[in-house]
Ligand binder design. Structure first.
Ligand SMILES: [Fe+2]
Ligand SMILES: [Fe+2]
Length: 157
């Protein structure tokens, strides 16, 4: 990707980030996030819903709240969603599956690590939320849109 393209992409991401983040720091679904596959969009909406509920509870409980239950739900749903996407990669023979799956694994690992830190009494809420928001936005906009484009171009969907 050329430097100019990268700058454009960064600008677009910033614009979308501003739209996605409400004053209460929740993530808002917008059409910009759509990958054009209904099943996947619905899963992403649900994923965002779970992140927002973690965010809301974190606010209510303050720094001392225990995020472990939310984190479990989040990891469980992430696994379901990733399995759906990875199933399509297999079916489609998607050439960038390996990189994409590595990104999924990175998320699970990072969240598990944060969950361990939280179990040891550390306040990881803000780090967790910042990480999730950034991961979701970048992953969805770059990696998920890439497979959707591939599927469309190859008439797989
Ligand atoms: Fe993905
Ligand atoms: Fe996804």
């Amino acid at each position: 990707m050329g430097y100019g393209m990268q700058l454009l992409l960064l600008e677009k991401l910033k614009e979308i980030r501003d739209k996605m983040t409400t004053p209460r720091e929740l993530i808002k679904w917008t059409k910009d996030l759509s990958v054009g596959i209904k099943e996947i969009d619905n899963q992403h909406k649900r994923f965002i819903g779970i992140i927002n509920s973690v965010s809301k509870k974190a606010k209510q409980n303050g720094a001392k709240g225990k995020p472990s239950e939310d984190i479990t739900e989040l990891i469980e749903y992430a696994r379901i969603h990733f399995t759906t996407e990875e199933g399509y990669f297999k079916k489609w023979g998607y050439p960038y599956a390996r990189e994409h799956i590595a990104e999924h694994e990175k998320l699970i690992l990072k969240v598990l690590r944060l969950s361990e830190r939280s179990a040891r009494g550390e306040d990881v809420f803000q780090v967790l939320l910042d990480f999730l928001k950034e991961w979701l936005e970048n992953h969805l906009m770059i990696h998920d849109k890439k497979y959707a484009k591939y599927a469309r171009e190859n008439k797989l969907i």
